[in-house]
Design a binder for this molecule. Structure first.
Ligand code: HEM
Length: 399
């Protein structure tokens, strides 16, 4: 008589196809689903989501380059739950959340400034130091629980490392991280039908604290020769740069880093843990570089982004009305379909990510810190969960 072996919940979930493109973000292996979506329904309305879904390189390129597609709903740059407070004022000034003049005024400038971040030997040493500080703080917060510590670290480390790279004094890294974390949490909360008031209140306090800090960094708090001081000098010489918008967007660099880099670090660490069949020997930085590069191409941390119709339009031969929403599934375009093999992970068109190179460097520092630490990776190798987010794919190690 044969005895049925009960399947684990994870195995069961992996064997079922995702229900839709948002479910795919947290599915153990969404890539065959994405491939079939791109092949069979590259641009269609999904009634269960109430949105159009664009998949595959052609449909994505049409959406991301279409002038009628905005990054926020027409006339509602700020989500209503965040409006009327410092977090709403901050949100309204972000390049990420604006099209047209506000975007055009800041984006090329910000892109040029981010390109000035050099990954020389001194900078890499600074990123390693910040990563060690993040390890130590994750231990303080979570104690000796490897999975919880790792979950904390993957969010904390990229923010500490970016802070170090820009020139934020190390005494401020912990508080900057806590405030950035609060802002990101509120952005997700604001999209829910009944946002929790405390989460929003905390974000308004965080937005004020970060505005005050960033103003001080540009004025005097950051040391001479740092990216922040050079940025302040360059802005002072350029009359097109609005100082308030600059402050908001410097804070915005941290919020953009928070989830996206956490996904890159966490998914790389999981990939490594699952490949282990024995405790690892000494791990070189080159291993971290390869892991991060593989995750960027094959398991991207940002799986989708949204566009909102500001006018009626015909896209991919379908008629869309003003007010319609499109889910652009970046992770559905295989890595070989862009000129450099990885571009979809960082978006396309006017809003493409200007932080691609620093993001990669930040994540490599984080992955290398974990791989060369005594973290018990064997104990998290079986984890298959993801943080319950609608656009970022971030491996979660604790149950
Ligand atoms: C793994 C890490 C990262 C990934 C996968 C990623 C991906 C993306 C994507 C897909 C977009 C476009 C969103 C859209 O078109 O709707 C974007 C925008 C942006 N990213 Fe990144 N990002 C990462 C890290 C970073 C970092 C470290 C920074 C800054 C230091 C950064 C700064 C920005 C900014 C400012 C925008 C808005 C650009 C605009 O709207 O014009 N990102 N990112």
């Amino acid at each position: 008589m044969s005895v049925a072996v009960p399947e684990s919940a994870a195995a069961l979930r992996a064997s079922r196809a995702p229900r839709h493109a948002l479910d795919a973000v947290v599915h153990p292996n969404p890539y065959s689903y994405y491939a079939s979506l791109a092949a069979r329904r590259p641009f269609d309305f999904d009634a269960s989501l109430g949105m159009w879904v664009a998949a595959g390189p052609d449909a994505l390129a049409q959406v991301l380059r279409h002038p009628a597609c905005g990054v926020r709903p027409s006339g509602a740059v700020v989500p209503p739950a965040l409006a009327h407070g410092p977090a709403g004022e901050w949100f309204a000034a972000l390049v990420r959340m604006n099209d047209g003049a506000a975007h055009a005024a800041m984006k090329p400038w910000l892109k040029a400034r981010l390109a000035a971040l050099q990954a020389g030997r001194d900078s890499l040493a600074m990123l390693d130091e910040a990563s060690q500080a993040a390890c130590a703080d994750a231990y303080l917060v979570c104690g000796n629980t490897p999975a919880a510590r790792l979950d904390d670290f993957v969010f904390r480390q990229p923010v500490y490392a970016l802070a170090a790279w820009l020139g934020v004094p190390s005494t401020q890294w912990t508080e900057v991280y806590e405030d950035v974390h609060a802002l990101v949490a509120a952005m997700a909360e604001a999209g829910k039908p009944a946002p929790v008031e405390d989460v929003l209140t905390r974000a308004h306090h965080a937005a004020t604290a970060l505005r005050v800090r960033a103003t001080r960094w540009l004025n005097a708090d950051a040391a001479t020769g740092t990216w922040l001081r050079d940025t302040a000098r360059s802005a002072a010489r350029d009359e097109r740069i609005d100082f308030g918008a600059l402050i908001a967007n410097i804070v915005g660099l941290f919020t953009q880093t928070h989830d996206a880099c956490a996904g890159l670090v966490a998914n790389s660490v999981r990939r490594f843990a699952q490949s282990l069949c024995a405790p690892p020997p000494l791990v070189e930085r080159s291993v971290a570089i390869r892991l991060v590069s593989d995750v960027i191409r094959f398991d991207p941390p940002v799986q989708n982004t949204r566009r909102f119709l500001h006018a009626s339009a015909v896209i991919y031969d379908r008629k869309l009305a003003k007010g319609d929403t499109i889910l652009a599934v970046l992770a559905s375009a295989p890595s070989g379909t862009s000129a450099d093999g990885i571009a979809w992970t960082f978006g396309l068109g006017a809003h493409a990510c200007p932080g691609r190179s620093p993001a990669t460097t930040l994540a490599i520092a984080g992955v290398h810190a974990i791989l060369s630490s005594d973290a018990d990776l064997a104990s998290v190798a079986q984890s298959t969960a993801y943080h319950p987010l609608a656009n970022a794919r971030i491996a979660r190690f604790a149950d």
